[in-house]
Design a protein. Structure first.
Length: 191
């Protein structure tokens, strides 16, 4: 089974913010497959789906962004030895809006949610999918907690479609091939 964590903040207030793009991506998947989230055995919601005969467990931590690692630890305890391949999906303001970046390991890059995962799980060795949200205009915290513009909202399905294709490939191909195929601006390709 492949485990996919979408990072974000719970609550209506944060629902459509740039910082919640990890949540939004998983919401997009469950709506597409019509398999809703349900409460987990800890501080998270989960959905189990099958894509092309590959099993995925989608996880939304409910601990707020800065404590995302707690939910990752809880899920790893729940799954035990079945907790193998996992992917963390989150926002990155260093990348232009509409850009995807798969990465196999590394530092948090200053992202508090990823930093929590690294510190709690004591490893940097996990796959990531970063969603470009564009460069901040003003204070970083205000920018990442702001809603996407109407134009950006209209383009999110294109971004999420490509990310879902990447997720399918991540489940059955070499990671380097996935990076080569998807690490680019989705919007430029689809113009």
């Amino acid at each position: 089974m492949r485990v996919v964590f979408g990072l974000g903040n719970p609550g209506q207030k944060y629902q459509q913010t740039r910082h919640n793009i990890g949540f939004m991506f998983l919401d997009y998947i469950v709506q597409k497959f019509k398999i809703p989230f349900r409460p987990g055995r800890g501080d998270y919601y989960f959905s189990e789906i099958s894509i092309d005969q590959n099993e995925f467990l989608l996880i939304k931590p409910m601990t707020f962004m800065n404590l995302s690692g707690n939910a990752v630890r809880q899920v790893s305890g729940w799954l035990g030895s079945a907790f193998g391949h996992w992917l963390v999906c989150y926002d990155d303001f260093h990348l232009p809006f509409g850009t995807l970046r798969f990465r196999s390991a590394g530092s948090s890059g200053g992202h508090n949610g990823v930093e929590s995962v690294i510190n709690t799980c004591q490893t940097q060795e996990f796959d990531r999918l970063r969603f470009g949200i564009g460069e901040p205009k003003g204070e970083i915290i205000d920018y990442v907690l702001s809603d996407f513009s109407k134009e950006e909202q209209q383009q999110l399905n294109v971004v999420f479609d490509s990310a879902l294709s990447g997720l399918r490939d991540w489940s059955c191909e070499e990671f380097q091939m996935v990076m080569n195929r998807y690490n680019r601006s989705v919007l430029e390709i689809n113009q």
